[in-house]
Design a protein around this ligand. Structure first.
Ligand code: HEC
Ligand code: HEC
Ligand code: HEC
Ligand code: HEC
Ligand code: HEC
Length: 346
């Protein structure tokens, strides 16, 4: 339920917040503009009262509660970001991870909602429209697609995230990001943004069929279900790892052996890969060399070979979602999620 305070003083407070809010939304540096490599940027300036979502939260309690539990709220403070930012503390990062200047608020109400003072007040609302941008991806595009931060690149630079164009090229292009990521709950759009951290939902978003091809090969057919962009999308370190390994289960009478042989393993990581080359100005720039993530609209096939060592042995296959940088020595607890697994007899 929405707790509404229509009192004059509440409105005056709100008006001040809104005036500040207009500036926050309109004056925030555009994330795509390359702010430049200012190393050692430190913390963004603390926000003024009313600039954060606190004013909004006093009336929109349910929405605020959902937002508080979301990754948008912890965008500047969560462990994966904090670790990456400690290595690379650039002003550029703060444009998206704390655009309102308050690290503890991350991506807050005014990062997405813009106040339109001139438009008529919506029915039932005590304030002028605070609409988030509409359109298939408009409310999300300014942060969910951007290039590497390199001033020397002159347009030749690779995208660090490309979710918006992946979506625009998919058959889901008419389905907005909002309709999949902000389902309606109790009459409003949820601000929890939870499906991407729900292992069950991630599993439901992938169908896998595995078959043996000859003695030592396994073929997996992978298909994304109800995903409006590549799977995975987003951060450049996301990937799907497909693996197959011999599995001589001693309890399986048919394959029991007096001494278990060591397992043979074959793996493949489906992800985006980058390299640096010499750009037009002579400086080295990042380019994308390959991308074998799942496309949203067609199945991918991966074939893995265990070689002689796998011949005639039972195998176990596994598809794992990787969130962290592969080289990360101390990844977050949910950095790897096993999505599907199965066993195939010879
Ligand atoms: C990541 C972007 C984002 C953030 C952060 C965000 N919102 Fe929203 N909000 C949206 C979008 C998008 C909509 C849906 C617009 C539409 O229906 O087309 C929306 C809808 C709403 C609505 C209308 C609810 C409904 O569905 O009828 C309210 C109220 C609202 N937001 C309040 C807030 C408050 C309060 C905060 C801060 C606690 C907040 N929002 C943070 C993007 C955001
Ligand atoms: C004094 C209480 C109050 C405050 C403070 C308040 N709202 Fe609202 N707001 C309402 C009511 C009441 C409605 C109409 C019912 C509804 O849609 O939830 C509304 C409607 C909305 C809507 C949907 C209609 C529209 O404008 O598009 C959005 C979005 C919204 N508020 C966002 C915000 C944001 C963001 C803030 C903080 C800057 C905020 N509100 C502050 C009471 C408030
Ligand atoms: C102001 C920038 C900004 C806007 C606008 C924004 N986001 Fe985000 N979003 C972020 C950042 C930064 C993160 C990463 C948070 C973190 O560090 O984990 C994120 C995280 C997410 C996640 C969680 C991803 C995961 O790894 O689980 C989803 C889903 C998401 N956003 C969807 C949306 C959608 C849909 C919209 C539009 C309605 C939107 N965002 C608008 C900046 C933004
Ligand atoms: C047809 C529904 C659908 C649409 C449209 C959609 N998404 Fe997603 N999105 C999903 C599903 C399902 C997942 C979880 C599977 C996955 O990880 O890709 C997901 C995952 C994500 C993630 C987490 C990274 C990842 O892949 O694990 C982000 C960030 C995200 N979406 C942002 C967006 C943005 C921004 C848009 C609009 C440009 C958008 N999504 C449009 C369904 C959708
Ligand atoms: C233009 C906006 C933008 C900029 C600039 C940006 N990011 Fe992000 N970042 C995002 C979005 C959106 C996501 C969410 C995508 C996802 O979860 O896959 C994200 C996700 C991340 C994640 C993964 C978080 C998690 O919970 O797994 C890390 C780490 C990260 N960013 C670090 C950085 C660092 C460090 C910088 C500066 C060098 C930076 N980002 C600059 C938008 C941005």
């Amino acid at each position: 339920m929405l707790a509404v305070r229509h009192g004059r003083s509440a409105w005056a407070l709100l008006a001040t917040a809104l005036a500040l809010g207009v500036c926050v939304a309109a004056c925030a540096p555009r994330p795509r503009a390359r702010v430049g490599a200012r190393a050692g940027g430190g913390e963004p300036a603390a926000s003024n009262a009313g600039r954060d979502g606190a004013t909004c939260a006093s009336c929109h309690a349910e929405v605020a509660e959902e937002w508080r539990a979301s990754l948008h709220r912890s965008a500047f403070t969560d462990r994966p970001f904090a670790r990456a930012y400690a290595r690379e503390p650039r002003a550029f990062c703060r444009d998206c991870h704390a655009p309102e200047g308050d690290p503890s608020a991350g991506v807050s109400c005014l990062s997405c909602h813009r106040v339109d003072e001139r438009a008529p007040r919506p029915a039932g609302s005590p304030h002028p429209p605070h609409r988030a941008a509409t359109g298939p991806s408009a409310a999300c595009a300014r942060c969910h697609e951007f290039a590497f931060d390199d001033e020397r690149a002159r347009g030749a630079i690779a995208l660090m995230q490309s979710t918006v164009r992946e979506h625009a090229a998919s058959t889901s292009r008419e389905t907005s990001c909002v309709s999949c990521h902000m389902p309606r709950v109790a009459g409003h759009r949820s601000h929890r943004f939870g499906i991407t951290r729900d292992a069950g939902a991630l599993r439901d978003a992938l169908a896998v069929e595995a078959v043996r091809v000859g003695d030592a090969r396994v073929r997996l057919r992978l298909r994304a279900l109800g995903v409006g962009h590549a799977f995975p999308t987003g951060d450049l370190f996301r990937g799907l790892q497909v693996s197959v390994e011999t599995d001589d289960d001693p309890t399986d009478v048919a394959f029991a052996r007096p001494t278990a042989r060591p397992p043979a393993i074959a793996t493949k990581l489906l992800t985006r890969r980058f390299t640096t080359v010499r750009g037009p100005t002579g400086a080295s720039i990042v380019v994308e060399t390959s991308d074998d993530r799942l496309a949203p609209d067609r199945a991918s096939e991966v074939e893995l070979d265990l070689g002689e060592h796998g011949r005639g042995r039972p195998v176990r296959w596994k598809v794992e979602y990787h969130r962290a940088e592969v080289a990360d020595d101390d990844p977050a607890p949910d950095a790897r999620v096993v999505l599907h697994t199965g066993r195939l007899s010879p």
